[in-house]
Write a protein of this length. Structure first.
Length: 183
């Protein structure tokens, strides 16, 4: 099992290299077979003194997930929408979407990938043809209700927020609730 969360505050968690490196390390920590694949990559790049290309990282991941004699593998890739879509050609998000498309096109029957994101056109366009199952929580009333309940709870339980004036609490609640946009 491997998890990756795109974090808009951490540049190392906003691109394909970050996803690949994280998944490789997580898998290697779980199995000697996976560890051997990563060790071979490490050795091929002068014991880590050189950075492997993204292609080399992909091939290492392929060597881990492609063999049919492996048990089930699950990847959870969270918050792709936090990956930048504006800088560079291709953008970091385009590179990540291409990586995920490559991974899913490996057609490994024992590999399951769960991807989460806000509904953004470029992301939906890629996964529309690839996803075997989709769930959209973005516009669901339960999702919005949970966000409102969390904001209420935070304002009423946070020691600093409890000291705010009633009008300030109401303003914060109102603005956060209307701008939460499913998040």
């Amino acid at each position: 099992m491997g998890f990756f969360y795109f974090d808009f505050k951490d540049q190392s968690k906003q691109g394909a290299r970050g996803v690949l490196s994280s998944l490789l390390i997580q898998l290697a920590a779980q199995s000697n077979d996976y560890c051997e694949s990563l060790s071979a990559l490490y050795s091929a790049y002068d014991a880590g003194s050189q950075q492997p290309s993204e292609y080399a990282l992909r091939e290492c991941l392929r060597s881990m997930v492609a063999p049919q004699n492996r048990g089930p593998i699950f990847f959870v890739i969270d918050a792709i929408d936090e990956c930048p879509n504006s800088t560079g050609t291709p953008s970091p998000r385009e590179t990540v979407l291409e990586l995920l498309e490559w991974l899913l096109n490996l057609k490994c029957p024992h590999l399951s990938v769960c991807v989460t994101s806000r509904p953004e056109a470029d992301i939906e366009a890629v996964f529309r043809s690839l996803a075997s199952y989709t769930v959209s929580l973005h516009g669901e009333s339960g999702q919005k209700e949970d966000i409102v309940n969390y904001i209420k709870w935070f304002i009423n339980s946070n020691p600093k927020a409890r000291k705010w004036r009633k009008e300030d609490k109401e303003l914060v609640f109102e603005k956060l609730s209307e701008r939460a946009d499913g998040m």
